[in-house]
Design a binder for this molecule. Structure first.
Ligand code: GUN
Length: 304
């Protein structure tokens, strides 16, 4: 069994970002990311803080807006309108989920698609579905795909089962892995809470992706011998023995499943660090695209 090391792979993604940032800087540009958090959900706060920290480490200009849970829809729309106009901001991310009184769809629609580094705007969803380059793909699915690529796990012709149909992970990951090309060309099934015989469907998978948000939901009855398991879940479960009073577990029962896998992601240290790394990568891409700079020139010539 191979443990898939998301921390190591994310470091290599961030190294690529560093080189791209230098390339942009030599052309007079520097990427900027605005992260907006509404309310005080502790997990969301922690994610936002860690996004800001990574921006600082890379030298990406970072705007963090922590707004009270009482912020109105109109106030939030006003903030997005000003971030859309802000020349120093290339990427805009509103942490999901917002409080219940906020209409998340309206917020996503208000973000300029060229700054939508989350890839949630319908324009970018359509570009992914149409296999058009130049759009933004959501960060967690991109991170999962990158992990598979890094470890040389073939997707072409393989059966992939994605458990979970969210707009953030399940749907875009399915589109990404069924798209034509390297790291695509898979036969993808999307399963969810209403799927009949879920274990039977999962047992068919060469690559099983768990993105349901239920702690340790996927057990040995779901996993074929020799399958690759990607665990997207990051769940806080109470643990009185732990310093913070909780510990993080995935959607997969790791101890039950690991010995039958060809490869598996741990939680923490698997998909989690990849999401932030791909956000940085999308932000650098947004900066380059908005200024008409082709980052392929860097990879082709190695010159900055
Ligand atoms: N909440 C959990 N994952 C994400 C993400 O990738 N983007 C945003 N905006 N919110 C999230």
């Amino acid at each position: 069994m191979q443990l898939i090391d998301g921390k190591a792979v994310s470091s290599s993604v961030l190294e690529d970002c560093r080189a791209q940032i230098e390339f942009l800087s030599n052309r007079g540009c520097s990427p900027g990311l605005a992260v907006v958090l509404v309310g005080d959900d502790p997990a969301s706060r922690a994610y936002v803080r860690s996004k800001e920290r990574t921006c600082h480490e890379l030298g990406i200009h970072s705007v963090k807006m922590e707004l009270s849970a009482e912020t109105t829809q109109d106030e939030l729309l006003g903030i997005i309108a000003s971030l859309n106009q802000d020349e120093d901001v290339d990427g805009i991310l509103v942490q999901s989920p917002p409080p219940a009184h906020i209409d998340e769809r309206a917020i996503i629609l208000a973000i300029d698609p060229s700054k939508d580094v989350d890839g949630f705007h319908p324009v970018n969803v359509a570009k992914l579905a149409l296999e058009e380059p130049g759009g933004f793909v959501p960060c967690t699915p991109l991170g999962c795909q990158r992990l598979l690529g890094h470890y040389g796990i073939e997707t072409r012709g393989r059966r992939v089962v994605v458990v979970g149909r969210s707009m953030i992970v399940g749907k875009p990951l399915a589109m990404l892995l069924m798209a034509r090309g390297d790291l695509g060309d898979a036969t993808v099934t999307v399963a969810h809470s209403r799927t009949d015989d879920l274990p039977g469907v999962c047992l068919d998978a060469d690559i099983l992706v768990a993105a349901v948000g239920i702690p340790e939901f996927i057990g040995k009855d779901h996993v074929k011998e020799g399958a690759v398991v990607i665990d997207v879940g990051i769940n806080r479960v109470e643990d009185k023995g732990a310093k913070k009073g909780y510990r993080l577990v995935g959607d997969v029962n790791f101890d039950e499943v690991a010995s039958r896998c060809r490869a598996i992601t741990p939680v923490p240290g698997g998909v989690g660090p990849m999401t932030i790394a791909m956000l940085m990568s999308n932000t650098v891409k947004a900066c380059a695209q908005r200024r008409g700079i082709d980052l392929a020139d860097l990879t082709e010539t190695g010159l900055s």
